[in-house]
Design a protein around this ligand. Structure first.
Ligand SMILES: Cc1ncc(COP(=O)(O)O)c(C=O)c1O
Length: 507
């Protein structure tokens, strides 16, 4: 809220009650039926209630009379002094965006929400969505316009009538359009209803939506225990099923974080470019679709056509690079494109934003398992491994990194492999050697055989990098006691064209 408003509140404090009671003739129409309107708002409040901008305490009094527990948050000391004297409760210093409360059942406000710009209104609702309980609601009683045309006509009429203070108010403050309020509310996960109570005032009720939005489906994937494989008696094996992310892989976590971190730093203009084997492209395509950004993906042509089709469906443009020159060539071309056009190069192989994307994955696993004694993850960019190992090793976990034969982490020569999504041609810049307790190098045959075994023994339909990680976890199970967690990055069905369910002899 701008400091200018604080001066207005100072001026207003003394004459506010005079105006709301209908004595200020310019504001008479704004406050027609004031006691009735406040009562309509107050009677909907339930549970722990935060009232923003209680001002001189008129709504607060009605809430207290209904035995509602009220936290009154008021920015203006002048208003608060009057309100506190009237209600007998202490007001907290704060405003719509800056306050202390951590939970609430109801957030309520009368004739104050218009002090926020539309952008601030959205930020406020975003915060409220976080602190409100599952059945929580926001109740806003305030002036609002049904259309731009209505606003213009009212400003015209009240100018004619000589209500200059009111007109100045209508022009200066951020009285919203109903359509805008409804959009902002829905974007922040609320249902939106409003009832008009006089020529100016609308009572708006925003309830937390019981249904998820698509982007809520990034993260919070299921963790399952695998019980159909032979394990040492003191070992339990858990798999994190990252195929349940919205875009079908662990890389949705990366995509959304790469884009939102760069937006926050102000580094994205309108286009994003990346080199990827596929899943990162899908994660980025989802994030770009959410933020209305264009995405160009450089991709060696050998990779699965299913992943390419999904990326394209989400709006990405694909450029094929020579498969025999590997990811190194795709990266060179992506960087050259960014240099040439000013597009934002997401650069998953080098940016620290990559490992940082897995903070949420770490938190979920810690919450689900308590103690983690060993973590097993494949490495392509090594972001998943690094993000998890950096966070889990201080908690005492051993970190096992998995690669296919043909990847260079164990010092072996670079070469081609069927296992898709993992494998490293050059050492990832952010991968520190001391994070690695063991490298497991798994043959394509073993990885693909394990894909079939996981389908038949556990009913899990995973990609070949999950197969490789599972082989590695079973090998390493001898070296640990307690809980092993293995990351399964994606599902089988995006590799049907790559004959995921066929082993070498059947190809
Ligand atoms: C199927 C699959 N598994 C594993 C990985 C490896 O993840 P990271 O790049 O974080 O090492 C990827 C990366 O693209 C992948 O697509």
């Amino acid at each position: 809220m701008t400091p200018a408003f604080m001066d207005i509140f100072k001026e207003w404090a003394d004459r506010y009650d005079f105006a709301v009671n209908g004595n200020d003739l310019e504001y008479k129409d704004v406050f027609v039926n004031y006691p009735f309107m406040l009562n309509e708002a107050a009677k909907r409040a339930t549970g722990k209630t935060i009232e923003f901008g209680p001002g001189t305490g008129n709504l607060t009094l009605l809430l207290l009379a209904r035995s509602i527990e009220v936290i009154a948050v008021e920015p203006s000391p002048d208003m608060a002094a009057i309100g506190e004297a009237k209600t007998g409760i202490e007001f907290e210093q704060g405003d719509f965006l800056n306050f202390d409360a951590e939970t609430a059942d109801t957030i309520i406000s009368s004739f104050a929400f218009h002090h926020l710009t539309d952008e601030e209104k959205e930020q406020a609702l975003k915060q409220y969505a976080d602190i409100l309980t599952a059945d929580g609601q926001v109740i806003i009683l305030d002036t609002m316009f049904n259309s731009e045309k209505e606003k213009k006509e009212m400003i015209h009429d009240y100018t004619e009538a000589g209500s200059h203070n009111l007109v100045a108010d209508l022009n200066r403050e951020y009285y919203p359009l109903k359509e805008v309020m409804s959009k902002i509310a829905k974007r922040q996960g609320f249902t939106y209803e409003s009832v008009q109570l006089n020529k100016f005032a609308h009572l708006q009720i925003l309830k937390k939506k019981k249904f998820k939005q698509p982007t809520d489906l990034i993260g919070h994937t299921p963790l399952v225990e695998l019980t159909h494989f032979d394990l040492p008696a003191d070992v339990r094996l858990f798999a994190k099923l990252e195929m349940y992310n919205l875009g079908g892989s662990v890389k949705d976590r990366l995509g959304i974080n790469l884009i939102e971190s760069a937006i926050k730093r102000g580094e994205i203009r309108n286009e994003v470019v990346e080199a990827t084997a596929g899943n990162t492209g899908i994660g980025l395509a989802l994030a770009c679709q959410q933020h209305n950004l264009a995405l160009k993906v450089f991709l060696p042509e050998k990779f699965s056509i299913e992943k390419q089709a999904i990326m394209q469906a989400l709006g990405a443009a694909i450029v094929h690079t020579d498969a025999s020159l590997g990811m190194v060539e795709a990266r060179r071309q992506a960087k050259a494109y960014a240099d040439e056009t000013g597009a934002y190069y997401a650069n998953q192989f080098e940016t620290e934003d990559n490992p940082a994307s897995y903070e949420g994955l770490y938190q979920e696993l810690k919450e689900e398992l308590g103690t983690i004694d060993m973590m097993v993850a494949g490495a392509g960019s090594a972001g998943t491994f690094t993000g998890l190992a950096e966070r889990m090793k201080p908690d005492g976990a051993r970190a096992v990194i998995v690669e296919p034969e043909g990847s260079i982490l164990n010092g072996g020569p670079s070469g081609s492999h069927r296992t898709e999504g993992i494998g490293v041609e050059v050492w990832p810049t952010f991968l520190k050697r001391d994070l690695i307790d063991a490298v497991e190098t798994i043959s394509d045959d073993d990885a693909f055989r394990m894909v079939q075994e996981l389908a038949q023994k556990e009913g899990l339909l995973v990609g070949s990098s999950s197969g490789a990680a599972m082989v590695a976890a079973l090998k390493q199970a001898e070296n640990v006691q307690g809980n092993i967690v293995v990351i399964f990055p994606d599902a089988s069905d995006r590799y049907i064209s790559q004959k995921i369910f066929k082993s070498k002899g059947e190809l």
